[in-house]
Design a protein around this ligand. Structure first.
Ligand code: ME8
Length: 506
């Protein structure tokens, strides 16, 4: 039986439309999910929207609609984005679903049964933008002296009756868990931040709100809704059927990998494992905090007017061009920057000129000189060592160095291009047609290997290449690397897969 692999994105706040940061996260997660599927893993991939909380409530009020109406409208754009970007999620979860209320209340009850929830009164700082409580000592001073959260967002003094979670009791167990599982928080820098935060001592966490009602009701506590992060984190359990003992739950829980942005590592690496420990549930294997995407090196913000609609970008540059750019250009885990020029340069160089040109030249020669049938005899001469390339790609992906995995594959693209140019089959054909045939066969095989190796990153284009090589649907995973393309295979008419971006004049 295939080994299960459960991977998630953060669930986005649908208080507005998706931005490129959301697209980046779901594309990176999709790439990893597809990669594991191509290895033969039984993958479950969850994404969705995080619909409760004060931020949603306030955004809805500002528009004069209910938070549910706002969530319905905006969540639909996030769902649409998964379609446009060719995301292979198995489920799109919305935290306003009844099943999610049930899961959140079940988790709450389990934590309460363990004696970890008690009533009190919260007095402290809250950032609506971050939906987060902060200690006084964490705050920083803004330009005109006002207090800001460490993320640079406004905070307000909040006094409220609330239930508390005994987070302070978990500091030692959390530290022991980080120690025993060095890969629990990745990359290393984020891990160090979390460890020092926990070593600094943990305060108990306010986990219910009474000043508004847009949230999951706290069991047996009229007037209280759960603090949005309590229900938000629970989505990872709801997604596989908790609290029912479903087949999916048994198969996929605990999650293998939570992919999230660096701003929400604390919630996933401190609060979440503490909640699960309290409820006596197994902990996820890894939390990976990726970096932020900046527009030409600047933070995206509505006031700077540099927020771009990722669906629009996908239409402009092409879905795989956008996917490839983000995955290749940004070192996964670090911040990255995007700009029109950078996207065009990357996709022209690596896709149009690199892989695309190789395929176009080889396949049109097969069409023209070989009647559209793969020429050659027996096994093709190995241009690339597919097993060795895969091993290097696997190694990069084991550490989630997505950019590095693509870099390795493009070393293969360069090698295949070199082979084709140096072998010059168009010249060889004049004197030795059989030798020219062997070169085309070997090159077609190299293209097949490269298309399979890169299919998790740019699935639609890789599949187009594999269609042109007449490869059946069940011969497109890593296991198929070992079975080379057979001479005599009839190919469809070749078509360019990677259009070259040409700047419009004026
Ligand atoms: O944080 N670049 O939702 P969210 C890269 N609902 N990633 C970015 C980014 C950027 N510029 N801006 C945001 C939330 N992100 C919560 C999550 S999970 C149980 C609840 C990332 O809509 C961000 O780090 O603010 C997060 O991982 C995701 O997008 C959703 O952000």
């Amino acid at each position: 039986m295939a080994e299960p692999f459960y991977i998630t994105t953060a669930i986005s706040y649908p208080n507005g439309r998706p931005h490129i940061g959301h697209a980046y996260e779901v594309i990176a997660t999709d790439a990893i999910a597809r990669f594991r599927r191509m290895e033969g893993r039984d993958v479950f991939f969850l994404t969705g929207t995080d619909e409760h909380g004060l931020k949603m409530d306030q955004a809805a009020r500002a528009r004069g609609i209910s938070p549910r109406e706002l969530a319905d409208e905006m969540s639909s754009y996030f769902r649409e984005m998964t379609g446009v970007l060719n995301i292979s999620n198995d489920r799109f979860i919305r935290t306003s679903e009844p099943a999610h209320y049930e899961a959140s209340q079940a988790l709450w009850r389990a934590m309460a049964a363990n004696g970890d929830i008690y009533p009190g009164r919260y007095e402290g700082w809250y950032s609506v933008r971050d939906e987060a409580f902060y200690d006084e000592k964490e705050l920083v001073a803004g330009e005109d002296g006002q207090k800001l959260s460490p993320q640079g967002t406004p905070v307000e003094w909040t006094v409220e009756e609330s239930w508390f979670f005994r987070l302070s009791a978990y500091a030692d167990r959390l530290l022991a868990h980080y120690e025993a599982n060095p890969d629990f928080i990745r990359p290393e820098g984020r891990r160090n931040e979390v460890v020092s935060f926990v070593k600094g001592g943990l305060s108990d966490l306010s986990i219910s709100r009474t000043s508004f009602d847009w949230g999951v009701p706290v069991p047996d506590a009229p007037g209280h809704v759960m603090y949005v992060w309590v229900d938000a984190l629970t989505n990872y359990l709801t997604g596989v059927g908790y609290p029912e003992d479903t087949e999916a739950y048994r198969k996929y829980w605990p999650a293998d990998l939570h992919i999230i942005g660096k701003d929400i590592v604390r919630f996933h690496a401190v609060y979440w494992p503490a909640f699960l420990m309290s409820a006596n549930l197994p902990l996820p294997s890894q939390v990976f905090g990726h970096g932020f995407l900046l527009n030409r090196g600047e933070k995206m913000s509505k006031s700077l007017g540099n927020v771009v609609d990722p669906m629009e970008m996908a239409r402009t540059y092409g879905v795989d061009q956008l996917r490839y750019f983000l995955l290749r250009e940004v070192s996964f885990g670090q911040d990255g920057s995007y700009s029109h020029d950078a996207i065009v340069t990357r996709s022209n160089a690596d896709l149009a000129n690199g892989l695309g040109n190789l395929a176009q030249r080889c396949l049109s020669m097969i069409a023209k000189n070989c009647g559209g049938v793969v020429p050659g005899e027996g096994a093709p001469a190995p241009v690339l060592d597919a097993a060795a390339l895969l091993a290097r790609v696997e190694e990069a992906m084991a550490g989630l160095a997505i950019h590095r995995a693509l870099e390795v594959i493009w070393e293969g693209v360069a090698e295949a291009n070199r082979y084709f140019a140096d072998s010059a089959p168009w010249a060889v054909r004049k004197t030795d047609p059989a030798a020219a045939d062997a070169i085309l066969h070997a090159t077609a095989e190299a293209i097949r290997v490269l298309a399979i190796l890169v299919r998790w990153a740019i699935p639609e284009s890789a599949d187009k290449l594999l269609d042109q090589l007449a490869q059946p649907a069940d011969a497109r995973d890593f296991a198929a690397l070992a079975a080379p393309i057979a001479p005599g295979t009839a190919l469809p008419a070749p078509q360019g897969v990677f259009p070259r971006w040409v700047e419009q004049e004026g």
